[in-house]
Design a protein around this ligand. Sequence first.
Ligand code: G6P
Length: 370
Amino acid sequence: MTAEKAGFDHFMLKEIHEQPKAYRDTMRGRISEDGRSVVLPELKITAEQLKGINRVHIVACGTALHAGLVGKNVIENLVRIPVETDVASEYRYRSPIITPDTLVIVVSQSGETADTLAALREAQRCGARVLAITNVVGSSVAREADDVIITLAGPEIAVASTKAYSSQLIAFFLFGLYWAQTIGSKNESEVAHVLAAMQALPEQVEKVLAQAEVIKGVAESISHHSSLFFIGRGIDYAVAMEGSLKLKEISYIHSEAYAAGELKHGTLALIEEGTPVIALLTQEDVYEKMLSNIKETKARGADVLGIINEGHEVEVAKSVDRQFAIPRTLPLLTPALSVVPLQLLSYYASLALGHDVDKPRNLAKSVTVE
Ligand code: G6P
């Protein structure tokens, strides 16, 4: 077992460190040699069919759903088609509006989650085409979906998903770009621009991982708290939700993710002297708004860790207690970098508390009952 961990103390830490490789493997062969277009020969959906899609439902559970929340931002931004996301266990019980022009995207690391599989079947029964994003070739979800994009994250052993989530993000970037180039919502040079930034991600993750010690220190201090908040706006909010789930899963510390602008409508009442707040501020268009949201929490005594873009260190230092800078990328791609410090934060917090990092209480890697 120790050998399988390749020298790491836990599978989760190993899998966090495997993300640069998972990104490279998931992109390999899917970007044209000239770097100007996405190639997805595995898709059976035709250009004509893609042109006819007028709404998207993304359905999944847990961490895979959080990848779907990023996917919603990606598709709406690149393709300009409305996307709804749904918890798989809710989807088929709420009579979702599914037409033949709806594309349902199910996301599942294992491809065996019962709720996700049931949602897939319901979508097909209602006449929708289903695209699966999964990590397991030959899984139930992969076999039953109409189209499949396999993430090449490699086997994920730790219950808390890390490299599978981030590889799902890569799959959404690729599919969003493929769709955009097919219908012409982005031109060739716009697609090439995003692809170039994507190809830089693996090396940028390596830079993030090299700063793991900074996060370790923060994790040890938050491990003494019983409640904390993750805040962000837009795509940062989607990542905040994943950061919060990861922390709950393996450290058992209560946390909530909040859209930063919503804090003032109730949640600020919970912020008191020393409450840890993890604030993501990687989105330039809402940067000033985020700074003022952070100040609102600081004024109530919050202890703030900012996850920021490189280059903002000096300015942000005035508003936060500690900060962690991620390398510069396009706003849409930031989740592939900003999630990494949050994964490390939950890992080190769990470790500091002496929990079983790889096998948290009450949770299973794959839930095959509804
Ligand atoms: C379980 C795991 C989660 C996972 C979820 C969905 O609850 O503990 O980590 O996100 O299932 O799993 P899937 O295999 O469908 O991605």
